[in-house]
Design a protein around this ligand. Structure first.
Ligand SMILES: [Ca+2]
Ligand SMILES: [Ca+2]
Ligand SMILES: [Ca+2]
Ligand SMILES: [Ca+2]
Length: 314
């Protein structure tokens, strides 16, 4: 299997807010389909898949960190199998994105160790995964554990990970490789294209425009991320509180970029654009972070998000 993790990275930019998008060879405008209409269509496709398919998980003797996960149709010799739709491990959640409602189905195959932390949607995670289209074509896989920054993944992917816990540890094998304890978290998520690549699947992936995709993931560890090292964890830098940290300012809407300098807060070391860095607006003289974050002028806005404090800013 080929490692092609960059697909996830590219997925970040898959949805545009405009009604047209340029194709790869320069300038030709294509009409984008209505996200709401596509969402409804995709949910129908996903629900049909869940009703007509079963899954199997097999141990992988050559790579215990990457279990063999397969789907197949309920037919012929498999006609007695239980459809995914009837699995007690299936759940769903609703995600509202740009006024469109998306139903996101996921399987919690293994919760993980409850003593281990659950990642937030903006953390780094140590995982293995595979991605297939709803037509069961493999397009991406990471069979060996890799650290993946969830802010660089498509939304349907990063919505799954906070539902799982990591594993309690690993053993080092005589050949120098590591095998994680089998109390890791394992889940599968069925992603409508609006929370995936929508009209812009990664070139060469084989994913069709507007096609739902499915990721299976094993979670081993996670780390709280602070991308700009300003002392505020990235998940708390979702300024407009919509479950994404990457929203750019657009018209009257600040998105996640309070000072409109083009850097969303989670990448901005001076979030409010005043004369004082964020880290210096949340620490005491010994450099210790003060919580709750200080609000010295008592206007309900913490200093690091308050361009009026301190000083002479307009
Ligand atoms: Ca946001
Ligand atoms: Ca900014
Ligand atoms: Ca920041
Ligand atoms: Ca300030």
């Amino acid at each position: 299997m080929k490692l092609r993790t960059f697909f996830l990275v590219l997925g970040l930019i898959s949805i545009t807010m405009t009604s047209c998008s340029s194709d790869d060879d320069g300038g030709t405008q294509i009409e984008l389909r209505d996200p709401e209409e596509v969402s409804i269509e995709n949910i129908e496709e996903i629900e049909a898949f869940l009703a007509t398919h079963f899954y199997e998980v097999e141990d992988n003797p050559t790579n215990p960190n990457f279990q063999i996960f397969t789907f197949d149709t309920i037919a012929g010799e498999n006609s007695e199998k239980t459809p995914i739709a009837d699995s007690p491990l299936l759940s769903d959640t609703t995600i509202i994105q740009r006024n469109v409602s998306y139903k996101l189905y996921y399987l919690t195959l293994k919760q993980g160790n409850p003593q281990e932390r659950r990642p937030t949607f903006a953390d780094s995670t140590l995982i293995t995964y595979q991605g297939i289209t709803i037509d069961n074509d493999l397009f991406d896989a990471a069979p060996n554990p890799i650290w993946l920054d969830l802010t660089q993944t498509v939304r349907g992917f990063y919505e799954l990970l906070p539902k799982l816990n990591g594993s309690s540890g690993f053993v080092e094998n005589p050949d120098g490789t590591f095998t994680f304890n089998d109390d890791y978290g394992m889940g599968v998520v069925f992603i409508p294209s609006g929370l995936g690549y929508f009209a812009s699947p990664p070139a060469g992936s084989g994913i069709l425009r507007y096609q739902p995709i499915i990721f299976s993931v094993q979670l081993y560890k996670s780390r709280e991320a602070d991308h700009d090292r300003d002392g505020i964890p990235s998940y708390l830098e979702d300024y407009n509180n919509n479950g994404r940290v990457n929203d750019v300012a657009d018209g009257d809407d600040l998105g996640d970029d309070l000072d409109r300098d083009g850097l969303p807060n989670y990448l901005d070391r001076n979030d409010d654009g005043d004369d004082v860095l964020t880290i210096d607006e949340i620490t005491d003289e010994d450099g210790n972070i003060i919580t709750p974050y200080p609000d010295n002028d008592n206007d309900g806005i913490p200093d690091y998000l308050d361009p009026d404090f301190p000083g002479d800013n307009i």
